[in-house]
Write a protein of this length. Structure first.
Length: 455
């Protein structure tokens, strides 16, 4: 009995819900109206970001000849400029709120304040070069090479407040086909804008360094590096020169008390010179490489190094036993040509099976070539839809007797390798992966060739 009563009540409730829903307008129609949110008025405009402060100018470089008289040297870095303040946001336009509308409302938001500009970096203190003959006279020199103070970051602008709703909630009676119901709508206050970020202060400039030279003559110009066309290097020697310096610490103990400089200073040790020339012993004529411009660099030790553009492979040797350092070019190739190899035609089967590799770049006479092979075969037919399963039969470096070179043509007698006869017989489906390493002196490059076919 209780079950029948409960079932009857549930059925009655379901019928009542169906009848009530029939009195309402279609759900999407009035629910879509309630879901609409419209704004009124105008949001506040954001403030403008402040500009960054300019960096301070570095102090001037100065050279001073010390004669024992008291001297004051000032080469201070300039002050970094302050960053500009961010602009305040404009207030929103709080227009009159519409009344009795059938949609939700959003009051205007306030604008964000502009960010403050970053402070400028203080200028670096200038470098000071002191020529002297008596180290005790340096105590008469007061040097102020302080770095400039940093600029301050600008303050962020103020955000503006959002508008407030006059009426936060209201109801509207809606009737359709004689059936009426009320809809509720809300108004949301506008958000206040955020305050702008304060700019960061700049960094204080570093103090300048002192360079000490224990002579009264000005240093001559130096030429530690030189780049010239190949024809110039081959025609005559060139002179390189470089000043040698030693970094030391404790300059404050050598100068007058109160000097403001970096603790580390540079002491002049003298000048090194070297004569350098290029010699040509390569088989090819140098006229084919006149676009080459080597660079010579002189080290503090007096040694000379030669750098060549990466687009060339060069093998040579230095001779530093004479007054002039010479570098002899024994071999030269163009780097982009050493890996321009391709397959030739395969030939034969069994012990007579060979593969041919052709050097299209025609550089084989100048470089060393090394071959590494992976050989695989399959009993499946690769021409069918099934994926063929290959098994490795050989992997390793090809020994010299297997490789025959005829200028820019290499014949690989793969049938002479330690591979079973059944894996080399005519009609066998095979894969060849050939790793070719080419080298000249300290240079090397690799190229891979693959071949898939039927013996």
């Amino acid at each position: 009995m209780k079950f029948r009563t409960a079932f009857a009540l549930s059925l009655a409730g379901l019928m009542l819900a169906i009848a009530f829903s029939a009195l309402l307008p279609p759900l999407p129609a009035w629910q879509a109206l309630a879901a609409q949110v419209r704004t009124y008025g105008r949001d506040g405009r954001d403030g403008i970001n402040g500009r960054d402060g300019r960096d301070g100018r570095d102090g001037d470089q100065q050279s001073i000849f010390i004669d024992g008289a008291p001297r004051r040297v000032s080469t201070i870095g300039a002050l970094g400029r302050d960053g500009e303040e961010g602009g305040d946001a404009d207030r929103p336009t709080c227009s009159a709120q519409p009344h009795d509308v059938r949609y939700d409302l959003q009051a205007p938001d306030g604008g964000d304040g502009g960010d403050g500009g970053e402070g400028g970096r203080g200028g670096q203190g200038g470098a000071v070069t002191l020529y002297y003959t008596d180290p005790t006279q340096l105590r008469q020199v007061l040097v102020n090479a302080a770095g400039g103070d940093a600029g301050r970051g600008g303050r962020g602008g103020r955000g503006s407040g959002g508008c407030r709703c006059d009426d936060r909630s209201w109801r509207v009676e809606v009737c359709q086909d004689g059936n009426c119901h009320e809809e509720r709508y809300d108004c949301r206050d506008g958000d206040s804008g955020r305050y702008g970020r304060d700019g960061r202060d700049g960094a204080t400039g570093s103090p300048g360094q002192v360079w000490l030279i224990d002579q009264v003559e000005l240093l001559p110009p130096e030429r530690p590096t030189l780049t010239e066309p190949l024809s110039t290097w081959l025609s005559q020697p060139a002179t390189l020169s470089k000043h040698r310096w030693e970094a030391r610490s404790g300059i404050g103990a050598l100068l007058a008390s109160g000097s403001v400089v970096a603790d580390t200073y540079n002491q002049y040790l003298g000048q090194v010179e070297a004569q350098v020339q290029l010699l040509w012993q390569a088989p090819r004529s140098p006229t084919q490489f006149l676009g080459l411009s080597p660079t010579a660099t002189l080290a503090d030790s007096g040694d000379v190094q030669i750098q060549f553009p990466d687009r060339y492979w060069i093998d040579g040797r230095f001779d530093r036993n004479s007054a002039t350092t010479t570098y002899t070019i024994d071999q030269i190739v163009r780097a982009d040509r050493v890996t321009d190899l391709a397959w030739g035609n395969p030939s034969g089967s069994g012990q007579d099976w060979t593969l041919t590799v052709i050097d299209l770049g025609r550089e084989s006479a100048a470089v060393t070539t090394r071959f590494e092979l992976v050989y695989r075969t399959t009993d499946d037919d690769p021409r069918s839809r099934r994926r063929a399963r290959y098994q490795e039969r050989f992997a390793g470096v090809l020994p010299p007797p297997v490789v025959t070179q005829d200028q820019n043509r290499f014949v690989l007698a793969l049938g002479q390798l330690d591979i079973r006869d059944r894996d080399l017989r005519q009609g066998t489906f095979a894969q060849v992966e050939l790793r070719i390493q080419r080298s000249l002196g300290e240079h090397s490059a690799e190229q891979r060739l693959t071949w898939t076919g039927q013996l």
